[in-house]
Design a protein around this ligand. Structure first.
Ligand code: K7E
Ligand code: CUA
Length: 633
């Protein structure tokens, strides 16, 4: 709609707005009533000086620390990344659903214990990282993330920034939307099964699509076990929780339960499903549930047809909604229209009347501002503004929530405050602390799906572009382009005061408790012993490491032995991480200060096999190596 207008940012780049893929065709003809102010109307023509000023704003000087931790979904890479805000410097990668050559994730015995049965999967598709909360505020304890590819969720411990639990969710397919309970604390993690399947999905009803179902999943956050599953009408996409501890709401883009694209977008309206958590807990407690196949998980009927159970309510929403976001004042669920140019504002207060006093569900909608083409996700600044990504328009639209509600009530008022071009096609956006009571309105990140011409060409596969936007003033300002590999989808940003990561491991950490127990059985003291234990065909090699030495520079095994190498890093100095790599065996791992790590492999090649430290630790790091002597059979 502002195709011929030049915004401040584009003037800076000396570019005019690019037209992009013809996605507009999907909803061609949608009219947009809201008058629009572009950035250009807010500021004088941009100059090189403005550009300099903006760059200065985004930079954090060498040696200075960022103000926020960003937890970035790693998309199809299956990992989570920690990024400093506002520098956008990548600080760490936390392997979750992937195999990681640097840390040995998926290779070490400790990580395999976390992966459990699900280590048979080598892939992951992460979308939604969300931190645990207490009273609607981040508590710095865990970050949870979904795996759409293999129907799992994982938990990351924020003290050591390692994944400590992975859970496969049965009876559903493709976990997509995920949120943590905000109030009173994160007792549960909520996640949506996106694709509809027969229940149980054991070969029955292959062609009987009317028997397919999606389910909402409630997971105990401490135990990492499924507490209950709720069958719904339609499918489930994204979800969010209220600030009262009562309602959850999920979007459904396929209420038709179609199996082809045409069928999925045939109805004029889809819906959101609102779940009443205390009612669900009560039903489970009362034993009012069934189970599916040999799974013992309580399954509740929350379909439209079972309205009398009062577990759920369905609110009609324009066709194919996508993201859903709770405003940080706890008043509204914002339902992003995707195929509709609107966001539907659902009053959470009125939801109580829908459940308790049979108010018409559609009456819970108190606003439906028209914002632009392809609204996908909304973020907040804590000052009454909402920021919605417009996928098709390639813009972030900033709008005033109260004015949008007033406009819905017939008042002539312009609720759109600004539209800022982003590059290009944004999916999620997220503001600093914006999903909590502490929303501080400082920065917004726009996760753009396409970077096209923003960076040097790196071949047909391009990076995404995660753009940093300063939202602290009246006008949004784009201050940084951040190329990122493998579609992040979503991100959450938490003030650094909320997190206190450890500098060293503590020796009693549960992460390597299994290894400690194994050593104890072998009569080995990990902190001092360098010992080989022979147990039939199995050989366990225990050694210490202190830069630049391994406690053992050779050990002897027989061809075909199953060898477990356990290393305990005795270094007490921050950042002195050692590694262990057995050449030609596909084996390597990280051992950070005061940690124990272990790896098991078959000594299948007779001869001299050198092992070495593969994390640079000391001037004599190259010399930190030893020999595995393998006697032929
Ligand atoms: Cu919009 Cu998976 Cu949150 Cu992608 S989802 S954008
Ligand atoms: Cu130890 Cu490099």
């Amino acid at each position: 709609m502002s195709d011929n207008k030049v915004t401040e940012q584009e003037e800076i780049k000396g570019l005019s707005r690019r037209s992009f893929i013809g996605a507009g065709a999907v909803i061609g003809g949608a009219s947009l009533a809201a008058p629009v102010m572009t950035s250009a109307m807010f500021s004088a023509a941009a100059t090189a000086k403005t550009k300099e000023k903006m760059a200065a704003h985004a930079s954090v000087a060498p040696g200075d620390l960022d103000e926020y931790y960003g937890f970035w979904s790693g998309g199809q890479s299956g990992e989570v990344r920690v990024v400093g805000i506002p520098s956008m410097r990548e600080l760490m990668r936390i392997p979750v659903f992937n195999i990681d050559s640097a840390t040995g994730w998926g290779i070490t015995n400790e990580s395999k214990a976390v992966l459990g049965e699900s280590q048979r999967f080598l892939t992951g598709d992460c979308h939604h990282p969300h931190m645990s909360m207490t009273d609607g505020r981040y508590n710095g304890k865990y970050v949870f993330i979904n795996d759409k590819a293999n129907t799992r969720i994982a938990r990351i411990r924020c003290d050591v920034m390692k994944t400590d639990k992975i859970l496969e969710i049965p009876n559903v397919q493709a976990i997509h939307g995920l949120r943590t309970q905000k109030v009173p604390f994160t007792k549960y993690v909520f996640c949506n099964g996106e694709y509809e399947i027969p229940l149980p999905n054991d070969g029955r009803d292959l062609d009987n699509t009317s028997a397919y179902r999606s389910m909402f999943n409630i997971v105990d956050a401490e135990k990492m076990e499924v507490f209950a599953q709720v069958i719904v009408s339609g499918n489930l996409d994204n979800t969010d929780a209220d600030f009262d501890g009562r309602f959850l709401a999920s979007t459904s883009y396929n209420s038709e339960m179609g199996v082809t694209l045409g069928e999925m977008i045939s109805a004029e309206r889809d819906h959101i499903v609102v779940f009443d958590l205390p009612a669900i807990e009560k039903a489970v407690k009362a034993g009012n549930f069934t189970t599916i196949g040999d799974s013992k998980i309580p399954v509740l009927d929350g379909t439209k047809e079972n309205a009398k159970a009062k577990l759920t309510r369905y609110i009609p929403i324009p066709k194919s909604p996508h993201g859903i976001n709770t405003s940080p004042n706890g008043e509204y669920f914002m339902v992003n229209g995707k195929l509709s140019p609107t966001v539907s504002i659902v009053s959470i207060k009125k939801l109580a009347d829908v459940f308790d006093h049979d108010l018409d569900p559609r009456d819970a909608i108190v606003g439906e501002p028209e914002l632009g083409l392809g609204p996908l996700h909304t973020a907040f600044d804590g000052r009454g503004h909402a920021y919605t990504t417009l996928f098709i328009d390639s813009q972030i639209v900033k709008w005033d929530i109260n004015d949008a509600i007033a406009s819905y009530n017939g008042k002539k008022v312009n609720y759109v405050r600004q539209k800022l071009d982003v590059h290009y096609q944004p999916g999620h956006n997220h503001t600093t602390m914006g999903e909590t009571r502490d929303a501080d309105g400082k920065y917004l990140v726009s996760l753009c799906k396409f970077s096209k011409d923003r960076f040097l060409n790196v071949g047909p596969l391009r990076p995404e572009n995660d753009q940093l936007i300063d939202i602290s003033g009246d006008v949004m300002k784009l201050i940084h382009d951040g190329p990122a590999f493998a579609e992040p989808h979503d991100v959450m940003m938490v003030h650094r005061s909320k997190l206190k990561p450890s500098k060293l491991w503590t020796r009693d950490d549960p992460f390597f408790a299994g290894t400690v127990a194994m050593a104890k059985k072998d009569g080995v003291t990990l902190e001092s012993d360098n010992k080989v234990i022979r147990d039939g065909n199995k050989v366990r090699v225990y050694m210490t490491s202190v830069a630049p030495n391994y406690g053992m520079t050779e050990f002897r095994v027989k061809e075909g032995n199953e060898v477990t190498v356990v290393i305990t890093n005795l270094d007490m100095i921050e950042d002195v991480t050692h590694g262990f790599c057995m050449t030609n065996h596909g084996v390597q791992m990280e051992i950070s200060p005061q940690a124990s790590a272990s790896v098991t492999f078959i000594a299948n090649q007779p001869g001299v096999q050198w092992y070495y430290c593969n994390w640079f630790c000391h001037a004599l790091h190259m010399e930190m190596r030893g020999r595995m002597l393998v006697e032929p059979k």
